[in-house]
Design a binder for this molecule. Structure first.
Ligand code: MCN
Ligand code: MOS
Length: 763
């Protein structure tokens, strides 16, 4: 779990905040040295395989397990008949529902692909084989297959998502120039390289779970509540994760099944969720439909935005994909109205997927803005700049920092936007139609309290310890940089230990909130550790500084010495030896002074109840993006290629620009997939996601990805975070799909309003 320091860096300054250090754990993952949740060598391990429903709605009448139980190696079959003895857990906010049993293998079937039984055997192969022999009889009821099913209806209005100011309907009616369109997006899925799964082991009343997690503390709490045990007795271990993209923030039904099976059997149990089962274990991004009407003056000043969104949810939980999330904050507008509905259908509850809400929301408003630009016969860049929001019209608050104008103008300059000819179909290269488009993106700055520990060891090495998560974004690396800079030691002297709920509490690696939150805690702990070391060096017996009369010392380049030079100079190892210390341990958190009780701390690390949104203070804080896209489309075949992209971002200060660039690129690549390839296809006969595998659910390959030029226009935003950074992980995807849709329109004159834009839609 200890991450080896990098063997070489180009430049010593790489180790400081802002340096371009390579991800510490990257080579461990590439070489197979990183151990994933299903790879821990655990003795006496039994293996579980899930049996999932093949109908979309109804009841399990009976489960015949005779043949499965007789199959070689089978130890146990769990069905809805078994009471696993679980209780429902509190939600993310920590709100406890009425105390009642929780059945992870329920009798009631609410979607196709719901887990209804599990076979546990000596080997994974035996469990998988026996799972096929379980015979389930159902009593079917009539399901609602998807948002397009006539039975789905208009859905439920989510009052808490209604946003409005001015009189949008009236202002729209009076506007001389208007557009109105409907935009749709299909179900989309995370498809992280590492599928879901876990290994669960009981030792008496203590439970250890190796499971990929975006939030070790939150997951430990929910497991503890399911199994009615003390939080302290559950341990989640998750040092390496092969991607999550939002899907690994909470324990899921299969986890409860595996842990319950381990308890019943008295043996550790491992459960590997198969790739198809991944598609229904945690929902993907909900299918969305939104209507946007824009009203403008003849010279292109926005008068009104009217937005109506509908998104799929499950029949058992209202999860709104907030299509009205970006619409109110991108432009200056005096009259605004947005309403959102959820439409219950027989699907697993959809969930957060990179850029939740903001992503489909930006797809809508950024497509609509471009439609308005054409209606006005105005350059889409000019329209965006003309309607630039000088403050947040939704909250009425000033922006903390908003360099979106710079992103638009610098992005345009790098892209060569001035060479564009406005008319659709007016740019071509032989039989290839060329189109250029813009899409803006945004993601809020979200902050959560976090805690970190700095340990200085007798050998002079420094450990940063946090239960937070690195699923590939770079947490290990930026925390080493943060500690090295604040302490004044080379980064090669720092080890970072993450991904264990027994370690200090932290925010979720989600909502792009981790980096800003946890660097704040590490910075605070490292400064305190430095002050403590200096204090000990000045005052402790045994220290050679004690008698020098110095009243302060400095710690630079890993050496402690008088600030003015002269006198003794000790490495950390020498100092620890002189002090006769084995270890110095400092913990700090970012909680408010009045929220430091053990209860407050537990709430802070294990629920979302202390998370602060972008407008919780006097300012409105967000990351911003402007994407410029060129597409090339074969006129005869309609094949679309993204041939060039420039994306300019304002994410404040960048802790590590190299990692930020790969975050942005990762988001952009997912956005290209969303625009052109990704679509969960629902079988209208039984509600099954037909293409629930990596061969049929298309994601981009290297050949689909052009050169992507990235520009950072951000400035440090010290209101947003301790070190001045804003969120990076999600904003990259936001605005990419509309930029591509807009470029496709510019190339072909045809506007495709439902994603993905596949060639048959262009024909
Ligand atoms: N960073 C930086 N400077 C900043 C902000 C961030 O250098 N001002 C860099 C750091 O390397 C940091 C990373 O960007 O580790 C992401 O920081 P942040 O934006 O705070 O996001 P989180 O750490 O909270 O990570 C979650 C975010 C989300 S919500 C999704 S979804 C997502 C994403 O990160 N899923 C990912 N990036 C992913 N990257 C990988 N490889 N795999 C995923 O599943
Ligand atoms: Mo990201 S979808 O908030 O994990």
């Amino acid at each position: 779990m200890t991450i080896m320091p990098p063997r070489k860096h180009g430049d010593a300054s790489d180790g400081m905040v802002g340096g371009r250090l390579t991800r510490f754990e990257g080579s461990l993952k590439l070489t197979g040295a990183a151990t994933y949740a299903l790879e821990y060598p655990i003795d006496n391990l039994a293996h579980a395989a899930l049996v999932q429903s093949t109908i979309a709605a109804g009841r399990v009448v009976s489960v015949d397990v005779t043949r499965a139980l007789a199959s070689p190696g089978v130890l146990m079959v769990l069905t809805p008949e078994d009471d696993l003895g679980l209780r429902v857990s509190a939600d993310w906010q920590g709100n406890r529902p009425e105390d009642k049993p929780y059945h992870p293998l329920p009798r009631e079937v609410q979607f196709n692909g719901q887990s209804i039984a599990a076979v546990i055997a000596e080997s994974r192969e035996q469990a998988t084989e026996a799972a096929k022999l379980v015979v389930v009889t159902y009593e079917e009821t009539s399901p609602v297959m998807s948002i397009d099913d006539p039975a789905a209806g208009e859905g439920k209005l989510m009052d808490n998502l209604t946003i409005g100011w001015g009189d949008a309907e009236a202002a729209l009616a009076e506007s001389p120039v208007r557009i109105e369109s409907e935009y749709s997006t299909p179900r989309e899925y995370h498809c992280a390289m590492e599928p879901h799964g876990l290994t669960a082991k009981w030792d008496g009343d203590e439970l250890t779970i190796w499971e990929p997690s975006q939030w070790s503390h939150g997951m430990a709490r929910m497991y503890a509540e399911w199994f009615a045990m003390d939080y302290e007795k559950v341990r989640i271990i998750s040092p390496y994760i092969g991607g999550g993209f939002g899907s690994k923030g909470q324990p899921l039904a299969y986890g409860a099944v595996a842990v319950a099976a381990a308890r019943k059997l008295g043996r550790p149990v491992q459960l590997a969720v198969t790739r198809p089962q991944n598609f229904t274990s945690y929902g993907g991004r909900a299918a969305t439909r939104q209507t946007i009407a824009l009203g403008a003056s003849e010279d292109g000043v926005l008068q009104a935005i009217v937005h109506r969104g509908r998104t799929e949810t499950s029949v058992y939980m209202d999860y709104p994909e907030q299509t009205g999330a970006a619409t109110p904050i991108l432009y200056k507008v005096e009259n605004f109205s947005s309403q959102s509905r959820v439409v219950p259908v027989n699907t697993v509850t959809p969930g957060a997927l990179r850029g939740p809400g903001k992503n489909p929301s930006a797809y809508g408003i950024e497509s609509a803005m471009e439609e308005l630009a054409y209606k006005l016969d105005m350059d889409p860049l000019e329209l965006r700049l003309k309607n630039y929001a000088d403050h947040d019209y939704q909250s009425g608050k000033p922006w903390s920092t908003r360099m979106l104008r710079e992103a638009l103008t610098q992005g345009a300059a790098a892209f060569g936007w001035e060479k564009r000819s406005h008319q659709p179909r007016s740019m071509r290269d032989g039989k290839t139609l060329i189109g250029w488009g813009i899409g803006c993106g945004t993601f809020p700055v979200i902050r959560a309290p976090s805690e970190a520990m700095i340990r200085v060891l007798a050998n002079g090495r420094v450990e940063v310890v946090s239960g937070s998560i690195d699923m590939g974004q770079g947490t290990y690396t930026i925390l080493a940089q943060t500690a090295a800079e604040a302490l004044g030691v080379p980064v090669s002297q720092v080890d970072v230990l993450l991904g264990d709920s027994r370690m200090p509490g932290s925010s979720i690696a989600g909502g792009s909130m981790l980096a800003g939150s946890i660097t704040g805690a590490v910075h605070k702990a490292a400064i305190a550790a430095r002050d403590e070391l200096i204090g000990l060096a000045l005052n402790e017996t045994g220290s050679p500084f004690r008698d020098t009369g110095a009243n302060t010392l400095s710690l630079v380049g890993g050496r402690i010495e008088a600030s003015r030079g002269g006198g003794p100079s000790l490495s950390l190892q020498e100092l620890m030896q002189a002090l006769g210390r084995d270890e110095l341990e400092i913990r700090r958190n970012t909680l408010a002074e009045n929220a430091q009780s053990p209860d407050d701390q537990k709430q802070a690390w294990t629920t979302m109840s202390k998370v602060q949104g972008p407008t919780s203070g006097d300012l409105s804080m967000h990351s911003w993006a402007a994407h410029f896209v060129e597409v090339r489309i074969d006129e005869d075949f309609g094949t679309i290629r993204v041939s060039r992209m420039v994306s300019a971002f304002d994410c404040g200060r960048l802790y590590n620009p190299k990692l930020v660039e790969s975050q942005w690129k990762g988001g952009i690549i997912m956005g290209i997939g969303q625009a052109l390839l990704e679509e969960g296809v629902v079988d209208p006969r039984n509600g099954r996601t037909i293409n629930s595998n990596m061969a049929d659910y298309l994601v981009p390959t290297n050949a689909d990805i052009p050169d992507i030029e990235l520009i950072s226009v951000g400035v440090p935003d010290l209101d947003a975070s301790t070190l001045g950074g804003k969120g990076v992980g999600e904003v990259g995807i936001v605005g990419v799909a509309p930029a591509i849709a807009n470029a496709v329109f510019h190339a072909t004159g045809k506007r495709i309003r439902d994603l993905p834009i596949t060639l048959e839609k262009l024909m």
